[in-house]
Design a protein around this ligand. Structure first.
Ligand SMILES: Cc1cc2nc3c(=O)[nH]c(=O)nc-3n(C[C@H](O)[C@H](O)[C@H](O)COP(=O)(O)OP(=O)(O)OC[C@H]3O[C@@H](n4cnc5c(N)ncnc54)[C@H](O)[C@@H]3O)c2cc1C
Length: 428
């Protein structure tokens, strides 16, 4: 039986970015990627809103997303592989309190050269035909909705075609002679003694044991290094060998509304904010449901990442819930944007966030011969390239990873033992 140098479980965006960087840094190594689905990126990656931003206060967030997005720009502009990057920007709509809280953080970021544009309430009313003052609206008051006082536009932000991004990593990995096997599910992780004695029931607790690969529905896959990049399903594999990863799955839902009326078309294709020819990714005040433009399908996506009391559940096929739209998203969005009055979604989908319950930042660590990469907590697309490079550096036992643009990143900062994450002050 072939023994691979590395087997990567999971061909989502993180698994493939890891595979590509690992193989390009170790061209002679024999690397296999397996995935339970029939093609790449069919897990959370396919369900993403595919938005990115490079505007964070924490060093950790900024390094991971900005270097990744710069690499995506390089793929598109220099390597001429179209990722359909669309610089729509992010538009945050703040109430008075939120704005006052964020102002020092925004000023600090501006002093470091990060750009943003401020809009007054009256500009927003004019440019978006929106309602900013909900004081006299009894229902809005009952729902605790807040008045909009300011808009903050982040220009270095937008949308990416996730399918193309996944194809880039997959095809480049294969050009390097990496192997991929789809429809292959890892059923369990194989643990073996480093010095087997041939006694049934090994390894015993007194033996030095390590992970030696995975047992799949298509047979055993032996590898010197097993790398689990299984997104929201990570814990299913790790729990059975007693490795804690602090990653839990939570359902997230997106509802797509067709821009059928003139008012919705005007909103979707507004040119008031950027050159992208459409609305920015727009986030009204708390509870921060969002509108994601989907100009290629003449639609606007509505979504919200609900927390308490939404259960942690690693479902195989999460379904969108009609009432989540009807009594949740619709009710909130229509108060600010009356253009949505009477709109029903024409399609909807649900996926899973793979949430790191410690600090919502990615986790990249090794324990007992198994490497774990995941927990991007809803921002895995915008951080995938950096995560892949850090995982490749951990594989090579390096202290620092070199992110795109020659930025050094300490590998242990995303580990478990010496974790060093800077708290994010720009929390919307
Ligand atoms: C609704 C929604 C909106 C989002 N919006 C954004 C956004 O705007 N921007 C952003 O940056 N991020 C966003 N995200 C998050 C982003 O999609 C994820 O962080 C990212 O896709 C995680 O990638 P992954 O490779 O870790 O996981 P996945 O894409 O889930 O990949 C894991 C892979 O592992 C495979 N697998 C699992 N178990 C096994 C097994 N036992 N054997 C074999 N294969 C296995 C699965 O089939 C899957 O293909 C969003 C997520 C959701 C759900």
């Amino acid at each position: 039986m072939v023994e691979y140098d590395a087997v990567i479980v999971g061909a989502g965006v993180l698994g493939l970015a890891t595979a590509y960087h690992l193989k390009s840094r170790n061209p002679e190594s024999n690397v296999l990627v397996i995935d339970k689905f029939g093609a790449a990126g069919q897990g959370s990656t396919a369900k993403s809103a595919a938005a990115f931003r490079c505007f964070f206060h924490s060093r950790t967030n900024f390094a991971l997303s900005d270097s990744s997005v710069e690499f995506y720009k390089h793929i598109q502009n220099d390597l001429e592989f179209d990722l359909k990057l669309r610089w729509t920007g992010y538009l945050w709509l703040f109430d008075e309190d939120e704005y006052c809280k964020m102002l020092p953080v925004l000023k600090d970021l501006a002093s470091k050269g990060l750009q943003y544009v401020e809009y007054e309430e009256s500009d927003l009313v004019k440019k978006l035909d929106m309602r900013t003052d909900l004081t006299d609206d009894e229902e809005a008051q009952l729902m605790g909705l807040r008045n909009v006082r300011k808009g903050i536009l982040i220009p270095k932000a937008g949308l990416i075609d996730v399918d193309s991004l996944v194809k880039f990593y997959e095809s480049e990995f294969m050009k390097l002679r990496g192997k991929i096997q789809y429809n292959t599910e890892a059923m369990e992780v194989i643990v073996e003694s480093r010095q087997p004695l041939g006694i049934p029931g090994e390894p015993f607790f007194w033996q030095d044991a390590t992970v030696a690969g995975v047992k799949t529905n298509r047979g055993l896959v032996k590898a010197k290094k097993t790398i689990i990049v299984a997104g929201p399903w990570i814990a299913k594999l790790l729990d059975s060998i007693g490795v804690e990863c602090f990653i839990k799955a939570k359902k997230r839902q997106v509802f797509s509304v067709k821009a059928k009326t003139e008012a919705l078309k005007k909103l979707l294709f507004t040119k008031e904010f950027t050159d992208a020819g459409c609305l920015p990714f727009t986030i009204p005040p708390t509870p921060s449901a969002y509108i994601r433009p989907a100009p290629e399908e003449d639609a606007l996506w509505l979504a919200y990442a609900d927390d308490f009391p939404r259960a942690f559940k690693a479902e195989d096929n999460p379904e969108p819930e009609e009432n989540f739209y009807k009594y949740g998203l619709y009710q909130v969005i229509v108060k600010y944007f009356p253009q949505f009055t009477g709109c029903q979604p024409f399609s909807a989908f649900a996926g899973l966030y793979e949430i790191n319950t410690i600090d919502h930042q990615p986790l990249i660590f090794e324990e007992n011969g198994i490497m774990v990469v995941g927990g991007a907590s809803g921002s895995g697309i915008m951080k995938a390239d950096a995560i892949g490079r850090i995982a490749a550096a951990l594989y090579k036992d390096e202290e620092y990873a070199l992110l795109y643009g020659d930025r050094k990143f300490k590998v242990s900062d995303l580990g478990l033992k010496d974790r060093n994450i800077e708290h994010e002050k720009l929390v919307i």
